[in-house]
Design a protein around this ligand. Sequence first.
Ligand SMILES: [Zn+2]
Length: 841
Amino acid sequence: MRKLLLYFFISFFTISNLLAQQPKKPNASQIFESIKKLNFLGSVLYVAAHPDDENTRLISYMANHVKARTAYLSLTRGDGGQNLIGPEIRELLGVIRTQELLTARNIDGGEQRFTRANDFGYSKHPDETLAIWNKEEVLSDVVLAIRQFKPDIIINRFDHRSPGSTHGHHTSSAMLSLEAFDITNDNTKYTSQLKDAGLWQAQRVFFNTSWWFYGSQEKFDKADKSKHLQFDIGAYYASSGLSNTEIASLSRSQHKSQGFGNTGTRGSQMEYIELIKGEMPSDKSNIFEGIDTTWNRVKGGTAIGNILYQVEKDFDFTNPSASIPELLKAYSLIEKLEDTHWKNIKTEEIKNLIYNCAGLYLEAVAESNHATANETVNLDLELINRAAENIQLKTLQINNDASVLETQVLAKNEKVALKKSFTVKADQEPTTPYWLTKKGTLGMYQVDDKSLIGKPETPRYFNVTFGLSINNIAINFTKPIVYKTNDPVKGEVYKPFEIITEASAKIAEKVIIFENDAQKEIPVIIKAGKDNLEGFVEIAHPKDWSVFPEKQKISIAYKGQEQTVVFTVIPPKNQSEGLITPMVHVGNNTYTKELIEMDYDHIPFQTVLLPSESKVVRLDIQKRGENIAYIEGAGDVVPESLQQIGYNVITIKPEDINAETLSRFDAVVVGIRAYNTVETLKFKQKALFDFVANGGNMIVQYNTNRRLKTEELAPFALELSRDRVTDENAKVTLLEPNHELLNFPNKITENDFEGWTQERGLYFPNKWSKEFTPILSMHDKGESAKKGSLLVAKHGKGYYIYTGLSFFREFPAGVSGAYRLFANMLSIGKENMNTENVLKN
Ligand SMILES: [Zn+2]
């Protein structure tokens, strides 16, 4: 909480130089804006389902123009999305998107909250969503967020009245928000929250509407707006030289994993919100009408306001430290407030104001970015005061140890450097996102420590608290311990200080496919978390699999160094699958986790510990053809997966697509959304179709029906739709059980559609010319049969196949049926070929 408030407060308008973790150093204009914010006592909670759902224009407007305390409650962390910047998917993507939200809020001035709901993938209807989420738990978390944050105003991104018209998570977020609005003040609901969070009643709840929800600008212009409030969110902030909409774009652009880079706009722009519950304001631009947002709203606040409104008036842009004496008076009064909610919020704000007005800089830097249990960590402390005030260091407290006396005068602009150290506790838990420490369900994270629910990230345990005396008033400033280094290119680079285990292990391939009974050599990488690591490693494996040797010794001299040991894994004779896990034994401890470190420039360095396990799959699979050309789209692991089953896969650039290059291949596979993302493909369709006519096979994976770069997807007419089957267990009917695609070289049955993950497929064609044969039929509950998931057409001597089936999700999950079906798609028409004699060139 403290860290969040700190973010919220000192981040205001500090947009340049956004290297994650760097302390913010606000200038005089930014400090002045923070004083105005200190003098506003009102709050807004924005509610939606995913990271990137939030309207950053409105959040920025509320935080920076209205000066309200503003938060975004994202029900999920976005695990189900795709990743445009790296290989991470699922829970690791959720970690990245959590940090992208925090960075976005750091720019637009909002705070960030979550629930325990997991983004399990696309959902068509809130009924489905709320059946997969634990509705009671998610509602409880929304209620908790409201009771803790205590918003005057709630704004839903989505319309609770239109289930089925958007993602089920979206509509659910609005429905749960409304349900929560009615019960947060009921002392019979979620009673275990009451002791810490108390009751709360928000005054109004709105839906953040726009023309988009009406279908067109015209319809929106004609719509009844009697319940609408509207404001111009195009405000210009002279203090930062930016329009609100420019800040919003900078914030939105942090959703880099989703490819949401956004160019700023300038000028007047109207934003609309529709009142759903609460009293309609008579002034349709004043969301807070009737709510006292001055210091008078707090008992004992009037005296504080008398001081602070004057500080705002008298602020000296050439000398912010002139405000310190009055700020200290107000600080002492805030400390006496009975209202703990406002007391806590305003204490953090005014402390940071005093800190910034004095040009204080307090920092605790560890010698390394990580340490293990029992390790002694040396710290370099830097303290400096740049004001004429009488400022002294009185005490120092490291982590939760007792604070010690440490007297030191902080004379104006004279740097004080101190060396300290501490020893990490023997039972210190390693750093990892709190919501990933226990295995959850498809729809929910499991969080055992209830005090963590709602928090954006695991609170920092390692801190130094500097006990200062400023003009004889005692104020503590707590700073997280950080690590910093100089990068020859980037300059000063900050990393959080984390705890890692003595040893961690990983197998690079998360799914290892055995296409026959041949053994495979599997490298296991052991990483030392400390110097002089000695121990041994063995592999836990399913009973019908064998691993040799049984144990191997490891000996690693330096912390951070790796050693690779190779085990031989022998599959059983028949189709089988299971998990293998490296177990590293060091002394009496056994380590079975993998250390994942994610280093992206736009978010802080992330350390995640996950169970180290790989799925081994012994496939019963036959195939024909050998050489596959792969054309990249938005990114999938199909090439690596086909290599695992023995194909020779070469990625070819769009500009290299021509008859001569293609003649070397048996089949071409087109990556997901290639026709949405690769402009030049439209000029290459003829060469590709000719390749098919000459006997090649072409497999096109899903594209979205909007923003297609070509009308000519296939040699025959084909129309994409938004048809999708999101239930990964939906029954699959074989429409053409005798078709070659389902029989050669692998006999495909309904069993091959068992164990699929996340969904069946998406953006199926719903119209096609007679040359296409639909092979499968499937549908979600309550919908008509969808027959476009797998379409095949003979074209000349070869075959063109269009499929919206989610092979790109099934391959990384090691789903055997998906591999067998894809092998048939590559092998079609190649009965007379065997894998030995097809190597051309
Ligand atoms: Zn969304």
